[in-house]
Structure formats: structure tokens, C-alpha cells
Write a protein that binds this ligand. Structure first.
Ligand code: FSO
Ligand code: SF4
Length: 547
């Protein structure tokens, strides 16, 4: 195996024996083979699109499969075998559609479009040969993987939008174009760079689509105080990012005496008007994903993982864990998909919850969030006034991810030393590094403004664009905003590419730069976009404040 798609990759260069995330060699290789098959399907899908043929089921298969290979989503070997089999059969269907429409299949297609096999042993043999290292030139490999990880992030955001009934064929089209392109040996480095930047354009579009899907379905997030303590009833803990799963769970638990709590990235669900009406939607339990091994234990009741952010479960709570959608883990109960528009069935979780003790309290109090773009725009006058009067000197976008590494304490320290006339704009689970510090407010504007999930990073871009307009600036980089972003997995990659597309420069990424950036690719990003890493709190603060 060789995987270097996330920030925690072994030694910053690549996991080659077992994933730091817990992914086994067998699963890592099968994920590579699945992506290989998706590239083959995409080669046909691109040709089919030119002939006016679009197969929505195949588009969605590609999207869901990419999502399943994101860090911490699925550890279940059997699931990948099943997806590879299905992929091979859909690839054949796509090819037949082209032939039926009078298309000619080109000779010398990439192997991903022609290789086939049926047994798990054959899959495993092939899987070991089609991974990241199959591309020998390290710069080409770096660009191909940067694009692929961007596409994985894009797939995750798109999946959430599609689940709520929001589609955009052009995003599927780009995803397939990108996957097909990474098999093309004749593309130059410049052409690959152009595709990476184009991914950023679709990154903005997919985030805008998701924003529309979420707000049209569940209302506009409101500034909200979220309880972080517990009650005495049994509870179900829901994590991941899928709001539709949450909606159905809240409906089905209503009146059962079972409370519902959020964990990790589900916290921002409390900001939506649609979910506030449920009195048994009690609060948020715990912190970011990586603390789940302790917090799932003390929660005492069933835990429901709707998307990525699963870590290999401890035996002490494995029997209380449920997955759904793209998430999976061998031996963990999986809630089947919706059929014919019917809601998922959560009765197993509810029955189990009734037999479990109430959660053990680990914290008390409240945290405040819900500063999505509409809320910030509602107080735009106040914000503009505060900037003009000098009460707010600078905004710091500190969105992104949290993670296990000790070096991430940097972000807590950085938040603590930021001058009192600065405001943090956040989204994603990075917020847990400072959302429980008492950083106060500036004339009623809290110093940490949480826009929501990493899925809501779009909100921060809208806020920046709006401020640029209000201040009458030509360039988004003339705003008093600095970007000190923490990354972990592939959704952060598409957010980064989206910000680059919007013209944002001088983004600092930490706690380490991606291991998949070769020195030359990193140089391109530094020279063209001023991308940088982090050093230490003191020096970085001086650098950001222009001292
Ligand atoms: Fe965090 Fe990143 Fe959103 Fe993750 S922002 S780390 S596993 O993406 O999912 O919460
Ligand atoms: Fe390693 Fe990250 Fe890949 Fe897991 S996802 S195998 S931790 S690089």
C-alpha cells in the first residue's frame, strides 16, 4: 500500500504498512483499485457525454465511490469488493451505451477502461499495482493526486447536495473529465495544473449548490447557543455531516423518551431552524472526531456515523456503533439506504438506546455558533463600522480540520494570543481547538464566528466577497483578512482549491504541508499563490499582523 492523501500520513510522506488512520493494507489497495475502475468508467463517461448520453446512476456511483475512499469513511474490505464489481459492470454498460449510439471505442484505451476480473484474489493482485506509485514521475504524480483528492472532496459535498435533491450535471461532468485526465500520459504538467485550478472553480460551484440545498431545506442558520451538557434520558449520538439522516432520526425519536446529541461535525446542525423545533435535540456531546475513542465510550448509548470521521472502534462501544451511507467498518451494523423515497429505519438504534444508561456528563455550559453568511451580512453594518473605527483590526480565517497531532495545539495557542481587536472566522472541526476558550466579543460581535461544518466553508468565501464589495475594494486580498487554515483530509483540499479560484492569496496551511505536494508542485503554489506553512505562534502572529 501507499497512501499519502491526508495530513496524518506516516512521517509526512506516506503510509506504506498500515494507515495511521487504521486503514489496512488490503483496504487501502482495494480503494486504489476502486479509484482505478472509476477512472476507466470516466473515460467512457466523457465520450458518452459528447454523444449526449448521461447516465445519472453512473454519475452517482462515481460520486459515492470517491466519497467512500475519503479518509476515515470506510474501512470495510467487503464493501470495496462490492463497489469494484459494480463499477466493472457499470463500465461495461457505459461502453455499450456508446456503441448503441453509434460511437466508436478508440483503440489503445488506458488499462483502467479495459482491465477486468471477477475474483477477490484477482482484485487484490491488481490492486497492489494501480496505486499512487504507479505514476513514476513525482511531479506528475503529485498533480494527479492533488486533482484526485480535490475530486474526492468535491464528491463528498456533491453527495450531500444530491441527497437533498440538488443536482448539477456540470459538476459530475468535471469529475469525470478530471478522473479520465489523470490516466492521460500525454497531458503536460501545465495542463494538469490548469485542471487542478479548474477543480477550484467547480469547488466553488459545489459548495454553493450545497449551501442552497441545506438552506432551502432546513432554513438559514441562526446564531445559536448550543448546550454541551447532558440530560438524564438515554440518548443517541449522531456524527458525520449528513443532515437528512439527522432529520429522519429526529422525527423517529420524537416522543420515544430518547434524546439526540451531536458529535464532531454534526454540531452546526443546531444552528438550523428546522432542527430547533425538536425538544429532544439536546445539544452537542464532546469534541472533534479524533476524540471519539473516549467520548463514544462515555456517551453510553448508540452512536450513528453518517459520513466520514470514523476511527477504528474500540470493543467497548463497537456494539453500539451504527454506520450508514458511504461509511463502513467490518462487524459494525449498517443502516440500509432509503428505498422508494422511504426514510431510513432507525428502530434498531432507538430500541438499543432505551436499554442504555444516559450519557455521562463530560462538560457543561454552552457554545455559540451559526454565523453563516446571512447572519454575518445581517450585522454587516456593525462589522464594517467596527473595521472602520479600528475596533476590529483583522479577521483570521481559521477554518478546516482538527486532528490527533500534538502540533495542532498551535491553533489553540494562536487563538489565545491573537490581539483582542481580531476576530476568528471558522468552519469545520478546526473550531474545537478554540471554541471553548473565552475569547470575548467586540462590541457584541463574538471573537469566534463559527459558520458551520467544513461543508459550509463557502459561507466564509461569501462573507469575504461581501466585505470586499462593501469596502469597495478591487482585490479580495486587500481586505484585512488572513488565512491560517488547518487541514486534515480531502474535503479541505477542495476548499483550498476553491479559495485559490476566488483569488485568495497567502493562505497558510498547517500543521504540515501536504505530503503529496512534490517540491516542484509546492513551488508552483508558493510562487503563484503565496501558499505557506506555519512556523511558531509568535513569529506567525508577527507575520500575519504585518509587524
Ligand atoms: Fe473536520 Fe476536515 Fe468535516 Fe473532516 S473539517 S476533518 S474527517 O473534514 O469532515 O470535519
Ligand atoms: Fe495514511 Fe491518511 Fe492514507 Fe490513512 S488516509 S492511510 S492516515 S495517508
Amino acid at each position: 500500500m501507499f497512501c499519502y492523501q491526508c495530513q496524518e500520513t506516516a512521517k509526512g510522506t506516506g503510509c506504506s504498512i498500515k494507515g495511521v488512520c487504521g486503514k489496512t493494507e488490503a483496504v487501502a489497495n482495494l480503494q486504489d483499485l476502486l479509484v482505478f475502475v472509476l477512472k476507466g468508467i470516466s473515460i467512457y463517461a466523457v465520450q458518452a457525454r459528447e454523444l449526449g448520453i448521461v447516465r445519472q446512476d453512473i454519475d452517482q456511483f462515481i460520486m459515492e465511490s470517491l466519497f467512500a475512499t475519503i479518509t476515515n469513511a470506510n474501512f470495510d474490505k467487503a464493501r470495496f469488493v462490492e463497489l469494484i464489481r459494480k463499477g466493472l459492470s457499470l463500465r461495461e454498460e457505459m461502453k455499450q451505451e456508446i456503441l448503441k449510439a453509434g460511437g466508436v471505442i478508440p483503440a489503445n484505451l488506458h488499462e483502467s477502461a479495459t482491465w477486468t476480473a471477477a475474483t477477490v484474489e484477482e482484485f487484490e493482485q491488481k490492486a497492489a499495482k494501480v496505486g499512487v506509485l504507479a505514476t513514476e514521475n513525482q511531479d506528475v504524480r503529485s498533480l494527479r493526486e492533488l486533482l484526485t483528492y480535490g475530486l474526492k472532496g468535491m464528491a463528498a459535498y456533491l453527495e450531500h447536495a444530491v441527497t437533498l435533491g440538488y443536482h448539477d450535471p456540470s459538476i459530475f461532468g468535471f469529475m469525470e473529465k478530471g478522473l479520465a485526465a489523470v490516466t492521460n500520459d500525454s497531458l503536460s504538467a501545465d495542463e494538469l495544473v490548469a485542471l487542478v485550478l479548474e477543480a477550484g472553480k467547480y469547488g466553488v460551484e459545489v459548495m454553493a449548490l450545497l449551501d442552497k440545498a441545506n438552506t432551502s431545506t432546513y432554513g438559514t442558520p441562526e446564531v445559536t447557543k448550543v448546550n454541551i451538557g447532558v440530560r438524564n434520558n438515554p440518548g443517541i449520538l449522531i456524527s458525520g455531516h449528513d443532515l437528512k439522516d439527522l432529520e429522519e432520526l429526529l422525527k423517529q425519536t420524537e416522543g420515544t423518551g430518547v434524546d439526540v446529541y451531536t458529535h464532531g461535525e454534526m454540531l452546526p446542525a443546531h444552528y438550523y431552524p428546522a432542527f430547533k423545533k425538536y425538544p429532544h435535540f439536546v445539544g452537542n456531546y464532546g469534541n472533534a472526531w479524533w476524540k471519539q475513542d473516549k467520548e463514544f465510550d462515555s456517551f453510553n448509548g448508540p452512536i450513528f456515523l453518517t459520513t466520514n470521521c470514523l476511527i477504528p472502534p474500540k470493543d467497548s462501544y463497537k456494539g453500539r456503533l451504527f454506520t450508514t451511507g458511504v461509511v463502513g467498518y467490518e462487524g459494525v451494523q449498517h443502516i440500509p439506504e432509503r428505498k422508494n423515497g422511504q426514510a431510513k429505519d432507525f428502530s434498531a438504534l432507538i430500541e438499543l438506546a432505551k436499554k442504555c444508561p444516559a450519557p455521562t456528563e463530560i462538560e457543561t455550559g454552552e457554545i455559540v455558533g451559526g454565523f453563516a453568511h446571512d447572519q454575518i451580512l445581517a450585522v454587516a453594518d456593525k462589522v464594517v463600522e467596527a473595521v472602520k473605527s479600528g475596533a476590529i483590526k483583522r479577521f483570521f480565517v481559521m477554518a478546516g480540520c482538527d486532528g490527533r497531532m500534538k502540533s495542532r495545539d498551535y491553533y489553540t495557542e494562536f487563538a489565545k494570543v491573537l490581539p483582542a481587536d481580531t476576530v476568528i472566522l471558522t468552519a469545520g472541526c478546526a473550531k474545537y481547538k478554540y471554541n471553548k476558550l473565552d475569547l470575548g466579543d467586540i462590541g457584541g460581535i463574538p471573537r469566534v464566528l463559527d459558520a458551520g461544518q467544513c461543508n459550509d466553508s463557502y459561507s466564509l468565501a461569501v462573507t469575504a466577497l461581501k466585505l470586499k464589495e462593501v469596502f469597495g475594494l478591487e482585490d479580495i486580498n486587500d481586505l484585512p483578512i488572513s488565512y491560517n487554515i488547518a487541514w486534515y483530509e480531502q474535503k479541505a483540499v477542495i476548499v483550498l482549491l476553491a479559495l485559490l479560484h476566488l483569488g485568495v492569496k497567502n493562505i497558510h496551511l498547517g500543521p504540515t504541508l501536504p505530503g503529496f505536494l512534490s517540491p516542484n508542485v509546492a513551488k508552483v503554489l508558493v510562487e503563484n499563490f503565496g501558499i505557506g506553512g506555519i512556523t511558531n505562534v509568535e513569529d506567525d502572529l508577527k507575520m500575519f499582523m504585518g509587524a
